[in-house]
Design a binder for this molecule. Structure first.
Ligand code: ASP
Length: 366
């Protein structure tokens, strides 16, 4: 006679029968996504307009989906004028630039990531090396840097003059009780700003999102065959506590790719994304049949639900920060959503790269 244990063993070996999973959406369930289209699509954060065009170009030329998104974001990592990603990123509280990045390659189910990495301009490439050349997924800090050196990445100063000046100013404005002086306090005129900083007004304490300056690039692509990959790369939150790691290098938070379903990445307040397993949630909601934009909105509702600390709420109890999700499914359907109105994302469909408005939960007033 078959025991219950035998039955479970057989079920596990053969895969759960349809009857066994009826009414449930197990994580390994059959994907709700059926491949219907074959034109590549890339979706990215709003700073990724060129990235989506590059990513689609690479897959159209027969390139691999992961090479496509990494090549897409590399110029943004190398851009000294983008103070939220790679070289030129704003530093931590000590004045050191620490970078986070993750990659996922759908067809091979591969993942690689680095966190709090110092001295490497393109951390996404080190994340790829972690995936390709190690049995691990995430390397951090000094170990990540030593690994990067072993893979031939040059170690360079990432703090640009522009980022250093902003950090100096932030440090001086932090408190009127320490020994660091602002220009007004010293009464001695500050050195003239470098030409690239002229007319560049930045609030060192408050970005337009209600939190300190921050930013990230995420880029995801699906090719003609329905294979997917994604990358997220950032210098994270400006002036962070040294060693702070955001969502970007956390698989399932700042990035998630399941080649059966779709890909998603995030920007915005990383702590909120980590606590709600953001990108993974979006991909699972797409697996359950939701369109990408709806899945992004639903995952954002969970972020709002988790936002109970008064310090993180506005006067109406809503989050005083923003989170953005960018998603594409295996069919090439895509969407972007944010907690607050006014956000956008980049997309490239049928060779046309453009920005679109993100869906949102709350309308910003004014
Ligand atoms: N998500 C990033 C972090 O928390 C920052 C951002 O995207 O603005 O590190």
């Amino acid at each position: 006679m078959k025991t219950r244990r035998d039955f479970l063993k057989t079920s596990a070996g053969a895969g759960l029968s349809a009857a066994a999973v009826a009414g449930a959406q197990p994580l390994m369930g059959a994907p709700a996504i059926l491949l219907r289209r074959n034109s590549p699509v890339a979706v990215a954060s709003s700073n990724g307009l060129e990235s989506v065009a590059t990513a689609v170009g690479v897959v159209e030329g027969g390139g691999d989906t992961l090479d496509a998104v990494v090549q897409g974001v590399n110029p943004v990592e190398m851009d000294p004028n983008d103070t939220s990603v790679g070289y030129g990123g704003l530093p931590n509280a000590d004045g050191t630039v620490q970078l986070d990045s993750s990659v996922m390659h759908g067809p091979s189910r591969g993942a690689g990531a680095v966190a709090a990495l110092e001295g490497v301009k393109m951390p996404s490439r080190v994340a790829v090396d972690v995936m390709r050349h190690t049995d691990h997924v995430l390397l951090v800090g000094k170990g990540a840097q030593r690994f990067a050196i072993s893979m031939g990445h040059p170690i360079e100063e990432l703090l640009t003059e522009r980022a250093r000046r902003r950090w100096i100013e932030w440090r001086a404005r932090m408190s009127d009780r320490d020994d660091y002086l602002t220009a007004e306090e010293s009464g001695y005129p500050p050195p003239p700003p470098p030409p690239e900083d002229e007319g560049d007004e930045v609030d060192l304490f408050d970005s337009h999102d209600g939190v300190r300056p921050h930013g990230t690039i995420n880029c995801n692509v699906v090719n003609r065959e329905g294979d997917l990959s994604g990358v997220t790369t950032t210098s994270g939150l400006a002036w962070k506590i040294p060693g702070r790691v955001g969502d970007s290098p956390i698989v399932g938070a700042g990035l998630y790719v399941d080649n059966d379903v779709g890909a998603c990445g995030s920007t915005g307040r990383g702590e909120a994304v980590i606590k709600t397993c953001g990108s993974h949630s979006v991909v699972e909601l797409m697996r359950a049949g939701m369109a990408p934009q709806d899945a992004c909105l639903e995952a954002l509702r969970r972020v709002v639900r988790f936002c109970v600390a008064p310090r993180l709420q506005d006067e109406q109890g809503r989050p005083n920060f923003n989170v953005n999700y960018y998603a594409v499914n295996k069919n090439g359907e895509y969407g972007g959503a944010a907690i607050w109105s006014g956000a956008g994302f980049a997309v490239c469909v049928a060779g046309d790269a453009r920005r679109e408005d993100s869906a949102y939960l709350f309308e910003r007033s004014g």
